[in-house]
Design a protein around this ligand. Sequence first.
Ligand SMILES: [Zn+2]
Ligand SMILES: [Zn+2]
Length: 233
Amino acid sequence: MTPLPSAPGTPVVDGVGRIPGFVNCYTYADGDEIVLIDTGFSRNAAPVVHAFEAANVPIARVSKIVLSHHHVDHMGGAAYLVENIPAPLACHADDAPYVEGRVKTPMPPLMRPFVRVRSAPVAITLHDGDQVGPLRVVHTPGHTPGEVVFFHPSRKILFSGDAVVERKGRLTLGAPRFASNLEQAVESLWRIRDLGAEILLPGHGIPLTEDVGPRLQDLMERAPGEFLRRATR
Ligand SMILES: [Zn+2]
Ligand SMILES: [Zn+2]
């Protein structure tokens, strides 16, 4: 299958582009429209802008910008993008106050001097079960209160944000030290496993196109020991 050229970024599967960096942003081409999933660290969304330029696709083709959660590495470019393209910004209702700057984003002290977060207006607040084009919004709280994953039910494609990331060949929780509620993050793994994804596109690390089910099962089984024990030590 030749990936559609209309999904800027590195082709992963048909209609899906990955814009790699510290964070992966993704494009999902839905007919003529493109959904952008996460915006990266950069205050001028540079990797996203460059990916569209490289693909020769006008960035105005983005019909929706959706955020997996409010952390600055995922929403840093959102303000710039909504100022420059007509696409609405969407995120889960529980993370919207952080994205909009009404509630301060918790940030590791070491990072504070380097990162000035630009808050961005959220046009659409998402809830569990909502649809973004063909993608279903699944609320998987724990990493943040409003962490969501986006799932394509018939193609079994999962954009897993920081709810599940890939690190050194293994699936794991995204930055457990910064999780708003680790126990919840571990519980959310059940929901994620039950989706039956076959393609996993994490917020950090390498996309997986094989053995997704068994690897999610493995993470789910080891997560309580690995993360909850550590948290109570
Ligand atoms: Zn995060
Ligand atoms: Zn992240």
